[in-house]
Write a protein that binds this ligand. Structure first.
Ligand code: ATP
Ligand code: MG
Length: 351
């Protein structure tokens, strides 16, 4: 059944994206993909769900551009393998750069955004601190404005955000309100962060830690990748990374993220990837003294998980993904262009 425009307008929209700058990690899988897939399954009946590939965001930090196309496809396959209901008519899966309104609205919003406002963004400070000065791009600086355009173009109300994105969502609300108070009702202001957390009802705080340095989170763009388990790692390579994970010298297993961050991280990984409860896993291992035996058990869980997941991945149909992208991009171009036109008229670019 084709939905009419009136219906389209009345449905509240949920929007989320995942940057395709590198292979995904088990941190991304557990902290972002699975919650997104679960959310899509639960909410697609009542909401419109935009799940987009922020390909324009992919190279705010340096990447290997020859890999980008394949990376985008691979991430989409990972979503489908993780259970994304790609066949659902209320789920829209699209590539940002295929909808030029993202870039166009970004420029307009740029001109109403203060330099100081962007300069306060902690993610920019963190990311730029890790790069040589000449590799810190204006794109990285400007990325929250593009993110605001990503959200505002589709009148999205709900955007699941982790702690690292909270400030950007707040900026999106600020710029939307600023434009609305200056030009009249241009944009739907997305809900405030506490409402987002209430709506998604998820533990947004999950952070899988780097295996080599368990005081920092696992990140897909980590320099060496030694402490990172990628979804594409062979089960054997992943098992080796687990076996060489940093632990501590206390010599007794306990779930204590402060004193024993390495062990706590491994306990968490074990529970989440085996589908057992946290309490069950902790009870089984608490008080035991052989870190070697424990790591071996974690390594087995990780490699069994990857083996199973990679089999699902191999069965994903690329043609189905392409059909979904093309139909969603056509539909979303209309929604985005309508918002862009309102903004263009407001600033005097269109009659
Ligand atoms: P990058 O190094 O490029 O920043 P990243 O691994 O930090 O990569 P992001 O693209 O920043 O990934 O984030 C993608 C999603 O994955 C976000 O929703 C983020 O909250 C989630 N995420 C990232 N790292 C982890 C982690 N270690 N544990 C749980 N969730 C994570
Ligand atoms: Mg990150």
């Amino acid at each position: 059944m084709k939905r009419n425009m009136a219906q389209e307008k009345n449905r509240t929209r949920i929007l989320t994206g995942l940057r395709a700058n590198n292979d995904l990690t088990i941190g991304n899988y557990l902290g972002a993909l699975l919650p997104m897939v679960d959310m899509a399954k639960q909410k697609a009946g009542d909401y419109d769900i935009n799940l987009f590939v922020p390909d324009l965001h992919s190279f705010t930090t340096p990447i290997d551009h020859t890999q980008l196309q394949e990376q985008i496809m691979q991430n989409l396959r990972v979503f489908v393998a993780a259970g994304l209901p790609i066949e659902h008519e209320n789920v829209f899966v699209y590539r940002q750069s295929y909808i030029p309104a993202h870039s166009e609205l970004t420029w307009i919003l740029d001109c109403f955004t203060g330099f100081g406002e962007m300069n306060r963004m902690t993610q920019f400070k963190d990311k730029s601190a890790k790069l040589n000065e000449d590799r810190v791009s204006i794109g990285l600086f400007n990325y929250p404005v593009l993110m605001a355009a990503d959200i505002l173009l589709y009148n999205a109300s709900y955007v699941p955000v982790g702690d690292d994105q909270t400030q950007h969502l707040e900026f999106t609300r600020d710029i939307a309100e600023r434009m609305n108070s200056r030009f009249g009702e241009l944009f739907t202001v997305p809900r405030a962060v506490p409402e987002q957390h209430k709506f998604f009802g998820k533990d947004q705080g999950l952070r899988i830690k780097d295996l080599q340095d368990p005081t920092k989170k696992m990140s897909k763009s980590d320099e060496t990748g030694k402490g990172v388990i990628f979804m594409s790692d062979t089960p054997e390579a992943a098992a080796k990374k687990v076996m060489s994970a940093a632990t501590d010298s206390l010599g007794k297993i306990a779930f204590d993220p402060q004193q024993q961050p390495g062990i706590a991280n491994l306990l968490q990984i074990m529970a989440l990837l085996s589908g057992r409860t946290h309490a069950e896993v902790v009870t089984e291992w608490e008080g035991r003294e052989s870190y070697g035996e424990f790591k071996k058990a974690v390594a087995e869980v990780v490699s069994a998980f990857l083996k199973d997941f990679q089999a699902k991945l191999a069965a994903v149909d690329d043609a189905e993904i392409m059909r979904k992208l093309e139909s969603s991009e056509a539909a979303m171009r209309d929604v985005a262009n309508a918002t862009l036109l309102r903004a263009q008229k407001a600033v005097g670019l269109r009659a």
